[in-house]
Design a protein around this ligand. Sequence first.
Ligand code: DGT
Ligand code: MG
Ligand code: MG
Ligand code: MG
Ligand code: MG
Length: 233
Amino acid sequence: MAKSKFEYVRNFEADDTCLAHCWVVVRLDGRNFHRFAEKHNFAKPNDSRALHLMTKCAQTVMTELEDIVIAYGQSDEYSFVFKRKSNWFKRRASKFMTHVASQFASSYVFYWRDYFEDQPLLYPPGFDGRVIVYPNNQTLKDYLSWRQADCHVNNLYNTVFWALVQQSGLTPVQAQERLQVGEVTTKEVKLPAEIEGKKMAVTRTRIKPVPLYCDIIGDAFWKEHPEILDEDS
Ligand code: DGT
Ligand code: MG
Ligand code: MG
Ligand code: MG
Ligand code: MG
């Protein structure tokens, strides 16, 4: 077909190809599910109907779309991992993200009644999406561990919070106050020679970013601050 004079507008499209041979992760998250959960009478802290519906939607996404090797979900979010060598839609991030988000959202509505028999769907839910690219197996595993640790920490808090409210009769504000703890960080400190080498726990209420004016090209900086790169190579 002949090119029209309007064809040039294609050049305005940005290239969003995901780096070759990397893991591509799409994470979805329900939009304002704090409100959605309230309006649809979700059980607190965990509504098994809602969680199973999320998993049904994830299964649908994995069945309908190409190249997803694993998905992990918790709360109102789900992460989908595309295989490293996937060439689906030429690895375009926007295609991965929008197909996952729209397939998931339509499945959520489509299967709603199978899980919420007595609870009508009151308005259309939405999900945001993002794409993250991980260069090796370790970073991918760490990503998934991060989401699961997040799930664990939130569940621990929410379970105790709602037990205080529902079983002990505290108001939500009282429960929140009861559970408030200072942000504690542990740091290795420089000590006098005689006890050097022994770790000492120092509790701080908050990590303070400090400006450093030093060489970061040589190894010394990274050896002094192994926490920045952690153990990743
Ligand atoms: P966002 O994501 O910024 O649009 O806002 P939200 O409100 O979706 O915030 P988010 O994603 O950080 O937190 C998820 C919310 O969903 C949180 O308020 C608790 C609620 N939620 C998720 N799963 C359950 C559940 O099983 N039961 C109840 N009661 N609430 C849930
Ligand atoms: Mg969010
Ligand atoms: Mg959300
Ligand atoms: Mg969330
Ligand atoms: Mg088309």
